[in-house]
Design a protein around this ligand. Structure first.
Ligand SMILES: NC(=O)c1ccc[n+]([C@@H]2O[C@H](COP(=O)([O-])OP(=O)(O)OC[C@H]3O[C@@H](n4cnc5c(N)ncnc54)[C@H](O)[C@@H]3O)[C@@H](O)[C@H]2O)c1
Length: 450
């Protein structure tokens, strides 16, 4: 089972080799041209909150446009990028002349829209997680991306992927540390209960364009709580509301499922079921949820089951002396020769079953391990400038598959039955009524394909 060479895919996705021979890739207006010092012309959409984590990367490029709906959130980015033209509406910002790339940190209900619009304009995209909040949004973005992947670099903000543990987990399981992979459990314990959309509390401050904050979402009255965090990071104030996010599946779930996604080489599940002690509430995503996905076999493993647990639901520990509850966000891989239990930075190999001598497994030497990914954001900017734009770890194919899978769990919860899924067509085949849960309502006048 042991493969002593680092697979080409791992090399590409590690990105350590991307630095060689940088040039600005032909994305739209920059075809064949060179910006001063090979800097990308970037539009930053959503300028405060999470955006601050990207200022370091952006300072190495030219931020030529900033889009922000809250004037109070502008000065921080404007101080860093004083020459950037300011926009309020991302649809206009995306047409700023001469941009090569977009880095987006808006609330989640804009993500698939901005991604698709940007790809349509041949722009490279770094999109904060989650890439989408419905099955159909994920599919639309992936479809567009696949037609452009030879020229556009994309990355979804699952930056923990750069921790070495991600590659070590992949190597261990692919090299047979737990035998044949059978079952995967992955969980997160964050709980942000809400009963429904907030009541209107006005007036809307004159500094905030609430209409553009809502964007493609159906109308909801303004309440300051949606935008009230002092540090600007308001995602924990809105991501549980159904028109704005998918709760923990898109929040910490994006990071934690990524631990698993990086290992299992899955595309999409063919059956999905979900359970929760909570009744379905159309206004908010459930806090406590368990969703179970069956994935077909692939070239190196048989079919597997992956179970996502959130908000207090937890898998059973393989041993009374391993307390999985001590791991807030973690994963457990079960093979026919044992378990690997992991969080983002640590892992524990637990041999069990008939064979526990570990003679079947030899850890890789230093020369054989996957090279470090390096800086996650820089992996994207380098990919924009290299001849291998799809070499980012969390490109829009990888990330769309992952978030489509998560969203299917929410659809199964709403349908209250197991779903059989035709992943090629994107259709639930055993319960036609459930297909309505693969999409959501949008505001008139907003299109994803702009
Ligand atoms: N990768 C991570 O670890 C990580 C961590 C935190 C947040 N995030 C993600 O980053 C995103 C932003 O989260 P946040 O907590 O900063 O949210 P936030 O609500 O604070 O919004 C961020 C900024 O976007 C602006 N904004 C809102 N709507 C906009 C629009 N239509 N056009 C332009 N700007 C708009 C807001 O005014 C704010 O300045 C979310 O998608 C979240 O999931 C990722």
């Amino acid at each position: 089972m042991k493969n002593t060479t680092v697979p080409r895919r791992d090399f590409l996705r590690a990105g350590a080799t991307l630095g060689a021979g940088l040039m600005v890739l032909p994305s739209g207006s920059l075809f064949g041209a060179a910006t001063p010092n090979n800097r990308l012309n970037i539009a930053l959409i959503g300028a405060y909150g999470r955006a601050k984590a990207h200022f370091g990367t952006l300072k190495n490029e030219n931020v030529v446009a900033i889009c922000e709906v809250n004037q109070l959130n502008l000065p921080f980015a404007q101080k860093e990028f004083p020459k950037a033209k300011v926009y309020e509406d991302w649809r206009k910002c995306l047409d700023h002349p001469g941009i090569d790339a977009v880095l987006c940190c808006t609330p989640d209900h804009h993500h698939a829209f901005i991604s698709n619009w940007a790809l349509n304009r041949d722009l490279h995209v770094y999109m904060e997680k989650p890439l989408a909040i419905t099955v159909n949004e994920a599919r639309a973005v992936r479809d567009t991306y696949l037609t452009k992947k030879s020229k556009l670099a994309t990355q979804v903000g699952m930056q923990r992927h750069a921790y070495d543990n991600f590659a070590r987990l992949r190597e261990m399981i692919h090299d047979g540390a737990i035998g044949n992979l059978k079952d995967v459990h992955v969980w997160g314990n964050r709980q942000l209960p809400r009963s429904g959309y907030l009541p209107g509390v006005g007036p809307v401050p004159s500094t905030l364009n609430w209409d553009l904050w809502l964007g493609p979402s159906p109308e909801h009255p303004f309440n300051p709580e949606y935008v009230s965090r002092n540090n600007g990071s308001n995602c924990l104030n809105w991501n549980m509301y159904s028109d704005f996010g998918i709760g923990q599946m898109g929040d910490m779930g994006s990071h934690t499922m990524d631990l698993v996604w990086n290992v299992i080489d899955a595309e999409l599940p063919d059956s999905i079921r979900a359970t929760s002690p909570e009744a379905f509430n159309p206004e908010v995503t459930p806090v406590n949820l368990t969703s179970v996905y069956m994935f077909p076999e692939n070239g190196w493993r048989g079919k597997i089951r992956v179970t996502w647990y959130q908000g207090g639901a937890m898998p059973k520990s393989p041993s009374s002396w391993v307390d999985l509850n001590k791991i807030g966000h973690g994963a457990m891989f079960k093979g026919d020769k044992g378990f690997v239990i992991a969080d983002f930075k640590n892992r524990l190999l637990y041999p069990s079953g008939k064979e526990t001598d570990l003679t079947y497994y030899k850890p890789r030497s230093k020369e054989e391990i996957t090279p470090p990914l390096g800086n996650f954001q820089a992996q994207w900017t380098m990919a924009c400038k290299s001849g291998d734009p799809s070499a980012t770890a969390c490109n829009f194919e990888y990330s769309a598959n992952m978030i489509e899978t998560m969203c299917l769990g929410l659809a199964a919860f709403r349908a209250e039955t197991e779903l059989k899924y035709d992943s090629v067509r994107g259709v639930v085949t055993n319960h036609s009524a459930a297909n309505q849960y693969l999409t959501k309502e949008y505001r008139k006048g907003w299109t994803m394909d702009g």
